[in-house]
Design a protein around this ligand. Structure first.
Ligand code: DHE
Length: 567
């Protein structure tokens, strides 16, 4: 037997033209073969099945991995929401197996990248080989580099001094047009397009300033934009590339510090970047690399997931995903950036992802999705109150949904990526101690499997809405599920219109009054998407906001609901 097969990595060579790695031991016959590799323009393999990628292919693989895979598997591929994809794990699986997984996805929530057409067959082949190579070292980023990228397009003194006349700007929506690097600003009253803003690559979310006047956007590439909604045509007034990869941005919401700072959480480098709230001028960086709570092992890639501003104290709550810590970051003494920042590190659970407030905004509920738990933080005592078993697989609440149930009292709900459970946790230890910090009711969405990403409600609504964009069954992925707040049962399933089938119905947001629910029909880049507006009382579709500009709409954020944390 050829000795090369028995080596974990025979050679990693960047010879100017190619990276080389053995397809590995384990099911070697499943490894790369010369035939598999010899697709036009695709990766090649030598006679023994060693994967070879040219420098160009390596670059392409890096780009695809960064855009599509790193969010779940990590830049260093150590795994979190997704599995560990380091070469010692991928090579034993074999190339054919990896291609099948990348093509078809898994019931645990891995998207069907090939089947859905997002990756071409050649790209699937490339990625099945790319992940058998060691991950290339990602770049670091200094405060100086961050400052060098900072651009103030419109100084505060040159901005409008009054809101736009005749517009209910507090009911504006910002809609992320993900794959074209734009954000559409839509008037929630008239449903008219107010402006299309060039926000940059793959904006992930928008967060409103505490005043509501600005949207802060954060791109996967770590670029933050500040959009002024008081302009007749809202546009970016400042921008900065805070990190190389990010998912979260937040402002300051405590009285006396309203919009004083903006914070960005880095997936890579794993760090916090603090900027001035009115200009985005960077003032401080803080690394989040630290020791995880289970065995105290050092985690270099300790990514920042959700960041939530406390309304009742001068702090942000920061999920440090891989370490399992929630950091309470006190900005009250930071001044111009040279003052102290105190951090209370709370050991919670792994891997922390997203979450939101209970109704009182005293308790923060954060999903530790790898352990199927919800970590509850008491912001008064700055302690972990409980790690609640969520009674489903891979909880993913977005910000979650709050309701006051006639029998159970205040509840907060989350859906799950890996199972069809929507679980409701009691959040009122004083008034309803028997229910506090446990799942008191579970609703099962129709059909097997999960695929849910977001859940949303509004205090003026009798309903809770759930999506399921990750479900492999097209009809289930094209539907929105309406739960009745009193009965906690699935009252109705809303299948989106025929012409948008095959898109995915994703993310829900109410208008300011809580009378309408906006849902994105998220298609491919070459398809026209839409925002579908449903009447919350009748559950009828009442408007379809679309146009040639409506490309890959994903998250959409109402100014008032986002600023006041209404969900
Ligand atoms: Fe998100 C929120 C990370 C995939 C749309 N997403 C978040 C948050 C995090 C996160 C940490 C919470 C931010 C906060 O509250 O401060 N998202 C990730 C990933 O790591 C992941 C799983 C994989 C990736 O590669 O990015 C991922 N997210 C997606 C998508 O595929 C979605 C559907 C479309 C897209 O942008 O790529 C998507 N994420 C959203 C939205 C929110 C969000 C709309 C805000 C929800 C809200 O209502 O607040």
């Amino acid at each position: 037997m050829n000795l090369r097969r028995h080596l974990t990595v025979i050679a990693l060579a960047l010879t100017g033209t190619a990276f080389l790695v053995a397809a590995g031991c384990g099911p070697a016959s499943n490894g790369t073969t010369a035939n598999q590799g010899n697709t036009a323009g695709g990766p090649t393999a030598d006679a023994e099945g060693a994967v070879t990628l040219t420098a160009d292919q390596m670059e392409k693989g890096k780009e695809i991995f960064f855009n599509r895979c790193a969010g779940c598997h990590g830049v260093l591929r150590k795994g979190a929401t997704g599995k560990n994809l380091e070469p010692e794990n991928t090579k034993v699986k074999g190339t054919a197996y990896l291609e099948a997984i990348i093509t078809n996805g898994t019931p645990a929530g891995m998207p069907e990248w090939g089947k859905s057409g997002i990756l071409t067959p050649d790209e699937v082949k490339l990625m099945a080989r790319y992940i058998q190579l060691p991950p290339p070292p990602p770049p670091e980023r200094s405060l100086k580099e961050i400052k060098d990228s900072y651009k103030l397009h419109v100084p505060v003194s040159k901005r409008p001094t009054a809101p736009p006349a005749g517009r209910n700007w507090q009911n504006y929506f910002g809609v992320v047009l993900r794959d074209v690097g734009k954000v559409a600003i839509i008037d929630g009253d008239t449903k008219q397009l107010v402006s299309i803003v060039n926000s940059g690559f793959a904006v992930h979310i928008l967060r409103s300033s505490a005043s509501g006047r600005y949207f802060y956007s954060i791109g996967r590439d770590g670029k933050v934009g500040m959009i002024d909604l008081w302009m007749d045509k809202p546009d970016v007034v400042a921008e900065v590339k805070a990190v190389n990869e990010a998912r979260s941005v937040e402002t300051t919401k405590f009285e006396g510090f309203l919009d004083k700072y903006v914070i960005v959480g880095g997936y890579w480098p794993p760090m916090l970047v603090i900027m001035k709230g009115d200009t985005l001028e960077p003032v401080r960086v803080i690394s989040t690399s630290s020791h995880e709570i289970d065995n105290g092992e050092f985690v270099r890639e300790a990514r920042v997931a959700a960041i939530v501003a406390d309304h009742h104290s001068p702090t942000w709550l920061v999920n440090v995903k891989e370490t399992g810590q929630v950091w309470i970051v006190d900005y009250s003494k930071l001044g111009d950036g040279d003052g102290p920042v105190s951090i209370n590190m709370i050991s919670a659970e792994r891997y922390l992802h997203d979450g939101g407030w209970d109704t009182s905004k005293r308790y923060l509920l954060m999903a530790a999705n790898a352990r199927n738990r919800i970590s509850v933080i008491d912001t008064n005592t700055k302690t972990l109150v409980a790690n609640v078993d969520s009674k489903g697989i891979t909880p993913h609440p977005g910000r979650g949904a709050n309701l006051i149930h006639p029998e159970h009292g205040p509840l907060w709900g989350t859906g799950h990526i890996g199972s069809n459970h929507v679980s409701f946790i009691g959040t009122d230890p004083q008034g309803h101690p028997g229910n506090a910090w446990q799942v008191v009711r579970t609703v099962e969405l129709p059909g097997n499997g999960g695929g849910n990403l977001f859940i949303k409600t509004h205090p003026n609504s009798q309903h809770i809405y759930c999506d399921r964009p990750l479900h492999p069954d097209k009809e289930l992925a094209d539907s929105i599920y309406v739960i009745d707040k009193n009965t906690l049962t699935n009252k109705k399933t809303l299948l989106i219109p025929e012409k948008y089938r095959g898109h995915k119905a994703v993310h829900m947001e109410y208008n300011k009054q809580g009378t309408e629910v906006w849902v994105a029909a998220w298609g491919r880049k070459d398809q026209k998407g839409a925002i579908l507006v449903y009447d919350d009382k009748t559950l009828e579709l009442i408007a379809e906001i679309t146009g040639d500009w409506m490309v890959t709409p994903t998250g959409h954020f109402n100014v008032t609901n986002t600023k006041d944390d209404i969900y």
